[in-house]
Write a protein that binds this ligand. Structure first.
Ligand SMILES: C[S@@+](CC[C@H](N)C(=O)[O-])C[C@H]1O[C@@H](n2cnc3c(N)ncnc32)[C@H](O)[C@@H]1O
Length: 201
């Protein structure tokens, strides 16, 4: 996703809105891509807040960096890593070596875990990078439940082309492992949003 595809903005807005971010917070954006979440995150965490963008693609990260520079956003730490194979300890060390905190106030993944196999490994990293009682949010896609047939086919082929597995339902991780879980959906159920708090140790 290099430019915003309007259908998907609703999920991004709902997910980021549900994180209860405060000025100065540090947020991990796992599978950040070109940084489409950064503007919405920066509106909430302000100039003193920090975004940690993690992605396996150097091309995506280069675009994210250009976007941050263009907007004059500071405190954007970008880390190139495969979230399914990099150990949480490695990711954490990469963050602190760039001046970030080992544990973030919130962690989010939008339209990313359904591309990661196994998504459980990336979800484990999300949990381990978040402070106890910090927020965790997964925004992802499933088969639309009530779009008219043409739109359903369009959504299915867009996801297939992008490599997403829309049967994966990675938000199950939030439902299983977090407290204070909230649920939302958009686009006739195609977009699923789950947010919760990391359990205290
Ligand atoms: C569909 S894009 C979504 C990007 C962004 N989160 C958004 O909402 O626009 C999925 C992103 O996940 C990244 N990705 C896929 N598998 C990954 C993995 N195993 N580790 C880290 N990033 C991965 C891709 O490089 C891509 O940038």
């Amino acid at each position: 996703m290099s430019a915003e595809f309007p259908v998907y903005r609703a999920g991004r807005q709902l997910g980021i809105g549900s994180l209860n971010l405060n000025p100065g917070d540090q947020v991990v954006d796992l599978g950040c891509g070109t940084g489409l979440n950064f503007g919405l995150l920066k509106e909430r965490i302000g100039p003193t807040g920090t975004i940690i963008g993690i992605d396996r693609s150097t091309k995506m990260l280069a675009q994210a960096r250009r976007k941050a520079d263009r907007h004059g956003w500071t405190n954007i730490i970008l880390i190139q890593a495969d979230a399914t194979t990099a150990s949480p300890a490695f990711l954490s060390a990469s963050i602190t070596s760039h001046g970030g905190k080992a544990l973030s106030d919130a962690t989010l993944a939008t339209y990313a875990l359904s591309l990661m196999k196994p998504w459980e490994a990336a979800w484990d990293a999300m949990k381990q990078l978040t402070r106890p009682r910090g927020s965790l949010c997964i925004v992802d896609m499933q088969e639309p439940t009530s779009l008219f047939p043409g739109m359903t086919a369009l959504a299915q082929s867009a996801c297939r082309l992008g490599g997403a597995d829309i049967t994966a339902h990675p938000w199950k991780g939030v439902e299983r492992d977090c407290t204070d879980v909230t649920k939302a959906s958009a686009r006739s159920g195609h977009l699923q949003i789950r947010t919760g708090r990391r359990r205290s140790r």
